[in-house]
Design a protein around this ligand. Structure first.
Ligand code: ZN
Length: 195
């Protein structure tokens, strides 16, 4: 699947929005990509998952792990493409990412960590930590969209379907805040900030 083709899938359903947004990483941006709008169509989800899975051809992968909620559908579809199982990690009562619901890894089971969008890659980094604490071996990480602008600091090889070069800012340096434009928080941030 070519990057243009992926982008068209997103744009057709209005998943690329323009304005002033607080991303789930806490950074601000004029552009927000709402993957859920694409993934609500199982056919598109399957297509994207298969395309991302293909990027890891040649890597031995036994399981896919994703951070909830954003990564769950993508992880599931990538796992379908790879013919392996998919698990997810989620925040526990203390707010830390954890493996729950009886999910477990075999010792050194080779795990691909998958999420929807990388801004800082923070959720993927946390997921890698959970996988390794649970005895798995994180061998690579993937995302539908990488908008990190090469700021990813992950200790595994990474692949994304699209590299989006969209600036994002810390709140104190955000030009949109300075111009007084109202901000929207469309992501999973609510779940975290209202805890
Ligand atoms: Zn701002």
């Amino acid at each position: 699947m070519h990057a243009d083709e992926v982008m068209q899938l997103f744009e057709r359903v209005g998943a690329v929005r323009h304005g002033h947004f607080e991303l789930s990483s806490g950074r601000h941006s004029s552009t927000y990509v709402q993957c859920a709008l694409v993934l609500q169509y199982p056919e598109s989800a399957e297509k994207l998952g298969r395309a991302l899975a293909e990027k890891f051809k040649g890597v031995q992968i036994d399981c896919v792990a994703s951070p909830a909620l954003g990564g769950v559908l993508v992880g599931h579809e990538v796992a379908r493409g790879l013919g392996v199982r998919a698990v997810f990690v989620e925040r526990d009562i203390s707010g830390r990412m954890a493996l729950r619901r009886g999910f477990a890894f075999q010792p050194n089971e080779r795990v691909l960590v998958v999420e929807d969008v990388w801004t800082t890659g923070g959720s993927t980094r946390e997921t890698i930590g959970v996988v390794e604490q649970a005895g798995g071996l994180a061998v690579a990480a993937g995302a539908l969209i990488d908008r990190s602008g090469n700021r990813l600091e992950l200790n595994v090889p990474t692949k994304a379907l699209i590299d989006l070069d969209i600036p994002s800012y810390e709140a104190f340096e955000c030009p949109l805040c300075r111009s007084g434009q109202e901000i929207a928080k469309p992501g999973s941030h609510f779940v975290r900030s209202e805890r």
